[in-house]
Structure formats: C-alpha cells, structure tokens
Design a protein around this ligand. Sequence first.
Ligand code: COA
Length: 264
Amino acid sequence: MYTTLLTEKNNGIFIITVNRPDKMNALNKEVFNDLDKAMDEVKNDESIKSVVITGAGAKAFVAGADIAEFSTFTKEEAIALSKRGQQVFFKIENSQKPVIAAVNGFALGGGCELAMACHFRICSDNARFGQPEVNLGLIPGYGGTQRLTQLIGKGKSMELNMTGQMIDATEALRLGLVNHVTAADELMNKAIEMLTLIQSKAPVAVGKIITCVNIAVMGDSAFTNGTSGFEKEAEAFGECFETEDMKEGTQAFLEKRKAAFKGK
Ligand code: COA
C-alpha cells in the first residue's frame, strides 16, 4: 500500500516508519504522498486510536528533505514543494488522534520539522536535532521557522536556524523540544507506554485537547492551515532558489564538500 513507509497496528497504535534507510529516510515526493495517505488511513480506520512516527534503521529518524530531488528546482517549484510539505504536516498536526514522534537518530531539516508537526516528541539518547538548511543556502520550508520558535522560543530558534548546528538529546530535552529521552532499545516501548495511557482516556476529549492546544499557538489559523508566517516561509524558501548560494550549497552537499557562499 505504501512504497516508502512501513506500517503496523498494535493494540490500536499505528506505527508509521519512514523507510528509506540508504538515504537517511530523506523526505522525497513519494514519502509526502505516502504520509498524506497514511494520515487518511488514521482518520478513516476506527481501529486506529493513536500514531507513532519513526524512522527505519538505527541512524536516522529523517535527515531532511531529499536534497538531490530539489537541487535543480525553480522558485515556483520550490514554493510548491514547501506548500505541499506544510500541507501534509498540518494534516499530522491537526489529527484528532494523538501522533507522537519517536526520534531514533538524526532529525534534521524536514526531519526535525516532521517531528515538530507531531503532538509531542520522545527520542533515543543518540538523537540529534537541527535545521541545517542554512548550510545549503536555504531556510526550512516545512514549518521549521514557525514551529521551532513556538516550541523553544525566539532566541534559541534564531540561533539553531542561523547556525545550522545540531543539538543532542540532552539539549533537546532541556529546551523542551522533546518530552522524554530513552535508551535506543527502549524508545518504542516508551512510545507504546505513553500512547497506551492516552488511549485509556476519553478519545473525544483528547481530540479536543489537540485542537485547543493548536489554537493556543496558531490562533484561528490552526483551522485554515497556517498563518502568514507559514506562507512567508514558503515564499522565502522559494526565493532562496534564485540565489547562487543555494546552487552552491546543494551542489557542495551532493559532492561531499564544504560550500563557499558569496552572498549572491
Ligand atoms: N537528502 C538526500 N540524501 C541524503 C540526505 C538528504 N537530506 N541526507 C543524507 N542523504 C544521503 C547521502 O547523500 C548519502 O547517500 P550516498 O550513500 O548515496 O552518498 C547517504 O544518505 C548517507 O549519508 P552520509 O552523509 O554519507 O552519512 P553521514 O553519516 O556521513 O552523515 C548526516 C549523516 C545526516 C549528518 C548527513 O547525511 C547530512 O548532513 N545530511 C543532510 C542534512 C540536511 O542538510 N538536511 C536538510 C535538508 S533540506
């Protein structure tokens, strides 16, 4: 049913595993299509009560958008890519059934953004988080400028977005980016334990908590998919594609060398 996801149901818990381990589970078009469909399955299948999203393999949750896929995009194609990613992530964020991210390694760029679109996050002690788009001459395009700011505050969001530096699990816990840190082999048990507890509560009430907490940070635009901040992010992401620095940054990554930016 899905080409890039593995799914399983376990006592009402739907486990979605992004499954491109040879590409660090990077998010390409197919992954977005599959995640979109998977969230429809979550909504329509009454036997699904809650969701965990994780990544295949021991190394990465998701290492970002697929750089090879978008490196030659025009501004318009890039804006469309950003809006598509934002749309799928809003679907996760607005799910009336709880969705948690079990971050089992690198959660970079679109991977950090995917984790942040979930209702909350737990991670293994080897997890690493970051928005390294700036290293590519880019900005986050799937809500990273917005949700990182909502979750950890303006100053730290500015720092992580502008430096592109990664933080470890301990720092992510300290900043409130994740709620719990476990040993790698305990991560899924912890996710299941937490969702089993939540599943014992009244589902209608849980759904209404999700809606109301989303409104607390997003205002009424929680219902209309985003604020002007998200729209501005998509546009600004697209504008970066008109720069030489973005071409240099993505080429440098693909050629496994350091980028030399010129400010053009
Ligand atoms: N898009 C496309 N391919 C990616 C990718 C991404 N975001 N992240 C990793 N890959 C690919 C690599 O190109 C490599 O492919 P190859 O074996 O065909 O050369 C493979 O996954 C393994 O990655 P590699 O970089 O060799 O592993 P590493 O252990 O040295 O480094 C990371 C791991 C996650 C630190 C590094 O891959 C990385 O920095 N990825 C990009 C992160 C990023 O900038 N994300 C934001 C994108 S907008």
